[in-house]
Ligand binder design. Structure first.
Ligand SMILES: Cc1ncc(COP(=O)(O)O)c(C=O)c1O
Length: 423
């Protein structure tokens, strides 16, 4: 089974003439169409809003595109807040979902008027001391235990262990937090939870929504607060492997609506706004790395070495993640060669693919690594003195624009004290 790249060999060659490989490239048309479909799927909820998880792809050009499509931004740090500021995004167009939050970060989020999502019960006192309690405040929930969602044929499709995760508060803590925050002046409340990542089941969001809606009803009854929004956070997955099903966002939106009508509406809570905080679903399929095959090696296995490495895409090294590979221009050739496709880091896990069947690769071939648009560039690092690549936007009209230049060694050295060393 093949996955189709959003650019062909000719386009990749045209871009590579101006912007040397490797580079990350993003597909504006795909991004916009996907954001519109998401908004449509949740349009039954009057206050619905997607707050794009900036950490997934912190590039102002992409943030601006999503902002034009009606998205707010979810920030997790001071720098991400500053990035929003630079894009002219502030106030309740920002959700601040952080953990182990430094004082300065909390202050900036407060000063920018962002919705603040408290990760822990101790953060109630912390926010009181640091900046005061805003009118609207959100708390992050952790139900503990194991989150299991059985798919068809008794196959567990989603499983995660909130009980082992560092995020969020227990229900008792949520209750105490709401009461204390209300006493300190908060008028509107939000509830947030992120229980599983990259889910391939369309039932994840509806199931999570059910848990949070029931919690909201209990908290409202016990504390008397007004629940303004419920943030389903991230976690809707993408089909990294060609044989995986695509998430059906229309079905997912409809599943959440059914839970909303069953649980919240009868309690007089039909005004609750639904928010999402998706990263991967918004951008992963609409980003790719274009790299060049620069070496081959024949020892106990067959290796192809690229000019990209794990410093450009850490997911395979970090989680053993699968990213599909297309050899541009050889889409119709038989996949009759088995390769490990590697980068040049001095780490044996620097492999984009292991034992992958691909067409015969020649030195100079352009290699397209799929689905790198989220948690790709942003997880990059500088190990071995490797430099971060450029980012390119493939615009709707087919033209392209560099939206971040590649790092140079000057950038790498820029944090040293130049008065003491000569570079
Ligand atoms: C608080 C929070 N919200 C949203 C996201 C986005 O998750 P995803 O990209 O899986 O949708 C993350 C990812 O780490 C997160 O930590």
């Amino acid at each position: 089974m093949e996955k189709k790249p959003f650019l062909n060999l000719e386009k990749a060659q045209e871009i590579a003439k101006e912007i040397p490989t490797p580079f990350h490239i993003y597909d504006e048309k795909g991004i916009r169409e996907n954001a519109r479909a998401l908004n449509e799927a949740f349009s039954w909820n009057k206050g619905y809003r997607e707050y794009f998880a900036v950490k997934a792809t912190p590039n102002p050009y992409l943030m601006q595109i999503l902002s034009e499509e009606g998205c707010g931004m979810d920030c997790s740090s001071y720098t991400e807040l500053e990035l929003c500021k630079a894009c002219g995004i502030s106030g309740t167009d920002i959700m601040f979902s952080s953990n182990v939050t430094p004082v300065e970060d909390m202050k900036l989020a407060y000063d920018m008027g962002a919705y603040i999502n408290l990760d822990d019960y101790t953060h109630v006192d912390f926010i009181k001391k640091v900046c005061g309690v805003p009118k609207t405040i959100c708390c992050r929930y952790n139900p503990g235990g194991v989150f299991e969602l059985a798919g068809s044929e008794d196959k567990v499709q989603v499983m995660d262990t909130p009980g082992d995760s560092k995020y969020g508060m227990t229900e008792e803590q949520m209750e105490k937090a709401f009461i204390e925050l209300k006493e300190a002046g908060a008028e509107d409340f939000g509830i947030h939870a992120f229980l599983a990542s990259n889910t391939v089941s369309n039932e994840y969001y509806p199931e999570l929504a059910g848990i949070l809606f029931e919690l909201a009803v209990r908290l409202k009854k016990k504390t008397g607060v007004h629940i303004k929004f419920i943030n389903l956070s991230g976690g809707v997955g993408v089909d990294y492997k060609p044989e995986e099903p695509k998430s059906d966002i229309k079905y997912i939106g409809e599943g959440v609506r059914k839970k909303f009508e069953k649980i919240l509406v009868p309690e007089g809570m039909g005004d609750v706004e639904i928010y999402t905080e998706l990263g991967r679903y918004m951008l992963a399929p609409f980003g790719a790395i274009v790299a060049k095959a620069i070496h081959e090696k024949h020892i106990y296995k067959e290796y192809i070495g690229l000019d990209a490495c794990a410093a450009n895409l850490m997911r395979p090294a970090m989680y053993g993640s699968y990213h599909h590979i297309t050899v541009l221009g050889k889409e119709n050739e038989p996949c009759d060669h088995m390769y490990d496709v590697t980068g040049g880091l001095c780490e044996n896990n620097d492999k984009f693919a292991i034992d992958r069947m691909l067409p015969k690769i020649d030195i100079g071939d352009l290699i397209y690594i799929h689905d790198t648009g989220a948690h790709g560039f942003s997880m990059g690092y500088n190990y071995n003195g490797k430099l971060r690549s450029a980012e390119v936007l493939l615009k709707e009209d087919g033209s392209f624009k560099m939206i971040r230049r590649a790092e140079t060694s000057k950038d790498y050295f820029s944090t040293f004290d130049f008065s003491e060393f000569k570079f």
